[in-house]
Ligand binder design. Structure first.
Ligand code: SAM
Length: 333
């Protein structure tokens, strides 16, 4: 393989972080991500095998990708996920493997994931009340998510992050309890602004509960926050510490404070399409090369082509914004 140049785009952003969706299937139906009923999932033969994912990662690792995040859909519904983690952990150049999960199957799988070499876990937790959880997820499961969070801690994962999508009119009463819960358990709470990536095209700007509004709610109820150091400029969250005690709160504000200029992420969808942005309307087909006898150089060139076409920003707030046809569960969050 000759094309080992770093994945630098036309604005000089160097891409070292790959998000891999391992499935579009999920065991809940969050309204901001998926349809409720009659979801048309990809046929299994269209989903990349572990061998194909591993080969793709070996190629991009030689181009400087060193961090991976497994996501979906719900990654833990993919059979034998720890085996994929083990394969990826053995790839030279890969220093950090993380997982984003809804936590429902985590209690059963936490130990195997840890043993396989998973470094970090983010667990989605939008609400601590059953009613709100069900309103968002349109399924039951809060007790299992909480069991999953405790299991992750028990088996030794450190720096566990809890991610909550913030939705105006729904999650305001959850903000303070979630923050207190995370602090009590030594975890970082992260609030994510609701992005226009729902499957039912219901997103409205006025449903976005902004990071600023959430910060005010937390400061009024708990105490002042001060900005934390920002060691990695490409991190999507702006972190704050409490001045009156321990605890870190992160705000991911893609709608009100886009962070595209420091973005170093690319994505591989479950069926092997490469994307340079969550909001991209174009994809590059790695599976065609992986299954069609493509050489590593050709895969590398395809990834370069994708990165070179990256736009300066997602443009959610611009008048010519086009919502991607695919919803979040089909892309990989
Ligand atoms: N199923 C896993 C989970 O729930 O964490 C992984 C996939 S999920 C798509 C990844 C993250 O994206 C979750 O934290 C989820 O809440 C978030 N997400 C999904 N749709 C979103 C949207 N429209 N706006 C903001 N965040 C969203």
């Amino acid at each position: 393989m000759t094309a080992v140049a770093p994945l630098t785009d036309t604005l000089g952003r160097v891409h070292t972080n790959l998000r891999i969706s391992v499935t579009d299937r999920c065991n809940i139906r969050c309204f901001y991500c998926m349809p409720d009923e009659n979801v048309r999932f990809l046929p299994r033969r269209e989903i990349l095998t572990f061998e194909e994912i591993e080969r793709f990662v070996r190629v991009v690792a030689r181009m400087g990708v060193n961090k991976l995040r497994l996501t979906g859909g719900e990654p833990l519904v993919r059979a034998e996920l720890p085996k994929l983690v083990e394969r990826l952990a053995s790839i030279p150049g890969i220093h950090d493997i993380a997982l984003t999960t809804n936590g429902i199957l985590l209690e059963e799988q936490a130990q195997a994931l840890k043993d396989a070499g998973l470094d970090r876990i983010n667990i989605s937790l939008d609400a601590l009340t059953e009613e709100t959880f069900r309103k968002i997820a349109r399924r039951d499961g809060l007790d299992r998510v909480l069991a999953g969070i405790h299991a992750a801690k028990r088996v030794g994962f450190e720096k566990i992050r809890l991610n909550a999508v913030a939705i105006k009119g729904i999650t305001e009463p959850e903000v303070v309890p979630l923050t207190n819960f995370a602090r009590e358990h030594g975890m970082e709470m992260r609030f994510i602004e609701f992005m226009p990536l729902d499957a039912e095209n219901q997103w409205q700007h006025d449903q976005v509960l902004s990071g600023e509004e959430i910060r005010r709610l937390i400061e009024e109820a708990i105490g002042p926050l001060e900005p934390a150091a920002r060691p990695d400029p490409s991190q999507p969250a702006t972190d704050f510490h409490f001045t009156n005690g321990s605890g870190t709160i992160g705000f991911i504000n893609p709608v009100t404070q886009p962070f595209c200029e420091d973005c170093n992420r690319l994505r591989l969808t479950a069926e092997g399409k490469i994307r340079n942005c969550l909001f991209s309307t174009v994809e590059w087909d790695a599976r065609a090369l992986l299954r069609g006898g493509g050489k590593d150089d050709e895969i590398a060139q395809l990834v370069h082509d994708c990165i070179r076409a990256k736009k300066p920003g997602h443009g959610i707030d611009s008048s010519d914004f086009v919502k991607p046809e695919r919803a979040m569960y089909q892309i990989g969050g």
